[in-house]
Write a protein that binds this ligand. Structure first.
Ligand SMILES: Nc1nc2c(ncn2[C@@H]2O[C@H](COP(=O)(O)OP(=O)(O)O)[C@@H](O)[C@H]2O)c(=O)[nH]1
Ligand SMILES: [Mg+2]
Length: 349
């Protein structure tokens, strides 16, 4: 299983610059068989201090971080929902990702053309979001037409869908993304097959130097807004750790990756493979132990019997696996166990 984040926004705002900065590091892709191989898709290892510490304790032969995919989606133009520019391809790519980073330009550079000529964060956000909203309105209309017969026949499921679709249409018609409304688990299930665009969690990335003026301008934006100087981030990604230290530079891409985790409700768990390899994995919150096993290895899900579990914090306190065992901190958990962020698991099949 892998999670992917799409990078979207108007042309010339810094999307590819961000993609390059994120994917600069060499990644051994044979470790990540679930990931897609495509020039616009990059596998990015998730920075993880806990994994480092676990490896220091366990001293395995190999340490493997978890990873997420980033997709550099071609620039969007007005009327994309009508197929303008690479509109259809653009929107199809967004359907495939789990969340979206919306890059908005706030850097001044007269040599780099701004498609709307002036800097205006709020206007640019609206241009992009309007396209997504229009596409969702269209998708919902099409689906309503498709199930018209069933609605007339008073089919129960179709009536449920109709009611929900009308609620969403009303919301979209006010220019608001679906992610703004609260949906029940059942409602989410009902519309899942429609792959709506504005239901996806979104991070706003303001590409700027972060001057006081700029920070003032983004105060009114929603949570999950991150100012980042993408040109500087790209330059930093080309430096070694030592060079960065000497220049007193610190990348903020980690903050961005962590925010992606947060908006997707993802957690990290670890395996140690009997001390051979410490490895971090990504799961959704509320994942049960056998499902977590399935993320590591298909066999582990079907043949799951139990797992030995210790949380990261407890292992650090005990200092060694052996000591933790002596202190009774390594628990045995069964099929109903819900894994927690920071759990270290040994699956028993
Ligand atoms: N001055 C400045 N230029 C930038 C910044 N970010 C990107 N650029 C430049 O803007 C141009 C377009 O960037 P790119 O990432 O290709 O934009 P995209 O069309 O959104 O993928 C490139 O020449 C970048 O070097 C920035 O923060 N400051
Ligand atoms: Mg680009």
């Amino acid at each position: 299983m892998s999670f992917s984040i799409g990078i979207i926004g108007l042309p010339n705002v810094g999307k590819s610059t961000l993609f390059k900065a994120l994917t600069q590091q060499e990644v051994d892709i044979s470790n990540y068989p679930f990931c897609t191989i495509d020039p616009n898709i990059g596998i990015v290892q998730v920075p993880d201090q806990r994994l480092k510490k676990i490896s220091e304790l366990i001293q395995p032969k190999k340490t493997t971080p978890t990873a997420i995919e980033f997709v550099d989606i071609a620039g969007l133009v007005k009327k994309a929902h009508k197929g303008e520019g690479l509109g259809n391809q653009f929107l199809a790519h967004i359907r495939e990702v789990n969340a979206v980073i919306h890059v908005i330009r706030s850097f001044k550079d007269k040599d780099i053309k701004h498609i709307e000529d002036t800097l205006d964060i709020q206007r640019d956000i609206e241009i992009t979001e309007t396209e997504l909203i229009m596409k969702d309105i269209e998708t919902l209309e099409k689906h309503l037409n498709k199930i018209e017969g069933d609605i007339k026949a008073r089919d129960k499921q179709a009536l449920k869908e109709k009611q929900l679709i009308e609620k969403l249409q009303q919301h979209l018609n006010q220019g608001k993304p679906i992610s703004d409304t609260t949906l029940t688990g059942e409602e989410i299930k009902i519309i899942k097959h429609l792959s709506l665009l504005t239901i996806k969690p979104m991070i706003y990335l303001i590409n700027s130097k972060g001057t006081d003026d700029e920070l003032e301008a983004i105060k009114a934006l929603p949570q999950n807004t991150i100012p980042l100087d993408l040109k500087l981030e790209l330059e930093m990604s080309e430096l070694s750790e030592q060079e960065k230290q000497e220049l007193n530079l610190e990348s903020r891409l980690d903050v961005l990756i962590k925010t992606c985790y947060k908006i997707l409700n993802l957690i990290t768990f670890y395996t140690i493979k009997g001390g051979e390899e410490t490895r971090a994995w990504t799961a959704e919150e509320n994942t049960k132990a056998p499902e977590a096993g399935g993320i590591v290895h298909t066999d582990f899900q079907e043949k799951f019997i139990r797992a030995e579990v210790i949380n990261y914090k407890d292992l650090i306190q005990s200092k060694t696996w052996k000591q933790a065992k002596t202190e009774g901190k390594i628990r045995t958990e069964g099929k109903e166990y819900t894994i927690k962020d920071g759990d270290i698991l040994e699956f028993k099949i």
